[in-house]
Design a protein. Structure first.
Length: 276
DNA sequence: CAAGAGGCCTGTTAGC
DNA sequence: TGCTAACAGGCCTCTT
């Protein structure tokens, strides 16, 4: 499931291939992917737009066009592929952008969970998906004060706080588990129960894990791979996610899997204590 | 306002 | 073995 590191790698790959290309026409094969505007309006507005830049905010991919921004969220299994127009469409292709290069930018999504919105360029920062996103997880953008503010008054489990995109943008289920393991914090600890030292450690882990994952090309599990079918490497560095009943590398105790905020959650009960 | 539940989807896996 | 049911999961919408 693409989280920030995977989306960042998709962005870099797409930039190399389609920057400066013009969208001749758009075909929508599953209309629920297009959140706004209507499909016909979407097609009309896209026609003739040039792909000027590709950016990212949290897990949202932003195609910067002449007049609009295409906000694209891959959710669980969304992928982009570039193909020659003559290559037959595969089963899970839902949106096709015809480019001026005889190629097509294709959006594939097995579960059809992904969403696209086309918004006016000057209204991007007002869009509900974008305007509530918290800081990006880098040294320059994520401050201790941000975390203190987000956590000090909430009884929610820290895992739920990390998954909330208002706290930090771009963390999903895999990296939330990895971050909490790295910071020695139990996923069910209440937000307001963390000490200053723990918040400081959490910040360091958030920034460290996310940048490391970006650098290693993201995590490839199950069906996920980036725009070119290239796989990331970070799955080899996971410590707890998907490691139920395996041995903790730090203390040799067994990794456990529980449910927190309705999400599968992996942790080491010895390294990440609930009390204290 | 905060926070939890339900809905969107389909391929894979667990269980009878 | 062959079927059905549960599960996976990010975000939005609705409810409390």
């Amino acid at each position: 499931m693409p989280e920030l590191p995977e989306v960042e790698n998709v962005r870099n790959g797409l930039k190399k291939l389609i920057l400066g290309k013009i969208i001749i026409d758009t075909h929508v094969l599953w209309s629920n992917i297009i959140k706004e505007p209507s499909v016909s309006e979407f097609q009309k507005k896209m026609r003739g737009q040039k792909i000027v830049d590709i950016k990212r905010q949290g897990k949202f991919l932003l195609f910067i066009l002449n007049d609009y921004v295409l906000i694209s969220h891959l959710r669980m299994e969304g992928k982009y592929r570039i193909e020659k127009a003559t290559v037959p469409l595969t089963k899970h292709t839902h949106v096709v952008f015809e480019l001026d290069s005889d190629e097509q930018l294709r959006y594939l999504d097995v579960r059809k969970f992904g969403k696209m919105s086309l918004v006016d360029k000057d209204k991007l920062h007002l869009h509900p998906s974008i305007k509530n996103l918290g800081p990006e997880p880098t040294v320059e953008t994520l401050k201790t004060e941000d975390l203190i503010k987000a956590l000090k008054k909430t009884e929610r489990p820290i895992k739920a706080c990390l998954l909330d995109q208002k706290t930090v943008a771009g963390i999903g289920n895999i990296y939330a588990d990895e971050i909490l393991y790295d910071a020695y914090i139990h996923p069910e600890r209440k937000g307001n129960s963390l000490s200053s030292d723990e918040i400081e450690k959490l910040k360091t882990s958030i920034i460290g894990i996310m940048s490391d994952a970006v650098e290693k090309g993201g995590t490839t599990i199950r069906t996920y791979s980036n725009a070119f079918g290239v796989e990331g490497n970070y799955q080899s560095y996971l410590n707890v996610y998907g490691k139920k009943d395996e041995t903790c590398q730090r203390c040799q105790h067994k990794i456990e899997k529980i449910k927190v905020a309705q999400r599968g959650t992996h942790y080491c009960p010895h390294c990440q204590k609930i009390g204290r």
